[in-house]
Design a protein around this ligand. Structure first.
Ligand code: S3P
Length: 431
């Protein structure tokens, strides 16, 4: 039997101050751009979770010198034209961001590599990336259908494309932009709904010329980048668990310091406000093109709402904890246009619905989301994380609202994005 963790609280309240770990998306991109660029890159506030460590290991295999001490990372790269040919497969573990962005980078490199992943990643669709990359002339091979991992990538000079994305995905957009950096001509990506724009911001910060205009981004191929110093803000997707906890527990107030507030990621703030929580934002700053601030979240009596359309990419990773929150809100919450949840680390529509139902929630899965009627008392129980970090954290936050203990199966997956999650939960609940 796998690991099980018991989480139980007697009349919990969340209070205090937190600095949540570094943003996962920005940490991946800082390492990637540091390795693509020539010279030294220094990263502070790096997320030392399993997914981002995979990205570091891959670049070490490509001959990039990377030293890490906790959340500080020093990179010294000869530039991507001078990477060395690895002898072993490049293993992306559970990390979709590593796999998809690396395909774009490796496609235009000078090395031949095999990219592989764990059981969950090996069934996640890669054709959304391989289709446009192949249009650019990339040589990517697999024996499997739908371009599933493992994939062999024979790096070569690519051709620019003008691509209209069929799904709102920052991973797909980023893979194409990275490939565009090594293509002949100008590559343009158009999205129907704007997804997170960390790649565009960081490419610009590293000295690349990128033209972002609403839902259209262009990059000219053949640009050389120089190493930079990057300060990674706290991950709003990690803070979201405690934000939701504070919003639903009477008497709670939590202050988050230096949390990233890139507008393509702040859907959770909009939802908490609209549902009835009190949010105060102060000390807004900007570092390496990414805004951050102090965010104070205070309990409010919550109402259900409809979440869909352009809001979805701005809170896609927060939907499991939002579903939990909705079980404690008065009225109906409808989550729609979120079919992407079905192809995350697990099918998050099915998984969230199953686990919340086990505790007595009134929740129904739809093809593209969930319908939740609240408020319902929750009982606790044995909850499966499905090896998905965000499901594991949702289960732990649920325990704040349950009458009995929650037992989380396979909680170690939480290390993927929040290695000190349980320590931080303790800080906020032990007063
Ligand atoms: C990410 C983009 C999102 C998100 C993932 C991280 C990124 O995925 O769910 O956790 O860093 O680009 P999609 O782009 O596939 O929606």
């Amino acid at each position: 039997m796998g690991e099980i963790r018991k989480v139980e609280f007697i009349r919990p309240v969340l209070t205090g101050e937190l600095v949540v770990p570094g943003d996962k998306s920005i940490s991946h991109r800082a390492v990637m751009l540091g390795a693509i660029a020539e010279g030294k890159t220094f990263i502070k506030g790096f997320l030392d979770g399993d997914d981002c460590l995979r990205t570091i290991e891959i670049f070490k295999q490509l001959g990039v010198s990377i030293q890490r001490s906790g959340t500080e990372v020093m990179i010294e790269s000869p530039g991507m034209q001078n990477w060395t040919q690895p002898t072993l497969d490049l293993y992306a573990g559970n990390s979709g961001t590593t796999a998809r962005l690396m395909l774009g980078i490796l496609g235009g490199s000078k090395v031949t590599t095999v990219l592989s992943g764990d059981e969950s990643l090996s069934i996640r669709p890669m054709d959304r990336v391989t289709i446009p990359l192949k249009e650019m002339g990339a040589k990517i091979h697999t024996d499997k259908q739908k371009s599933l991992l493992p994939l062999t990538v024979v790096g070569k000079t690519l051709n620019a494309i003008d691509y209209i994305m069929p799904v709102a995905s920052a991973q797909v957009k980023s893979a194409i932009l990275f490939a565009g950096l090594n293509a002949e001509g100008t590559t343009t990506v158009t999205e129907e709904t704007v997804s997170r724009d960390h790649t565009e911001r960081m490419l610009t910060y590293f000295g690349a010329e990128v033209d972002s205009n609403g839902n259209k981004v262009s990059i000219v191929g053949g640009q050389t980048l120089r190493g930079m110093e990057v300060h990674v803000p706290g991950d709003i997707s990690s803070a979201a668990f405690f934000m939701a906890g504070a919003a639903m527990l009477e008497g709670s107030t939590v202050t988050f310091k230096r949390v990233g507030l890139n507008p393509t990621r702040t859907g959770i703030i909009d939802v908490l406000r609209e549902m009835g929580a009190q949010i105060e934002i102060t000390n807004t700053t900007d570092e390496n093109g990414e805004p951050s601030a102090t965010v104070k979240v205070t309990y409010g009596s919550l109402q259900g709402m409809t979440i869909g359309g352009e809001l979805i990419p701005r809170l896609i990773d927060e939907l499991p904890v939002i579903a939990l929150l909705a079980t404690q809100a008065v009225g109906t919450t409808i989550i729609k246009d979120a079919e992407e949840l079905r192809v995350k680390e697990t099918d998050r529509i099915a998984a969230v619905t199953n686990e919340l139902k086990k505790m007595g929630a009134d929740i129904e899965a739809t093809p593209d989301g969930m319908i939740i009627h609240g408020p319902t008392p929750l009982t606790g129980g044995v909850l499966n994380s499905y090896g998905d970090h965000r499901l594991g954290m949702m289960a732990a936050i649920a325990a704040l609202a349950t009458s009995g203990p929650v037992f989380i199966e396979d909680p170690s997956c939480i290390n993927i994005s929040y290695p000190h999650f349980f320590e931080d939960l303790k800080i906020l609940t032990e007063k």
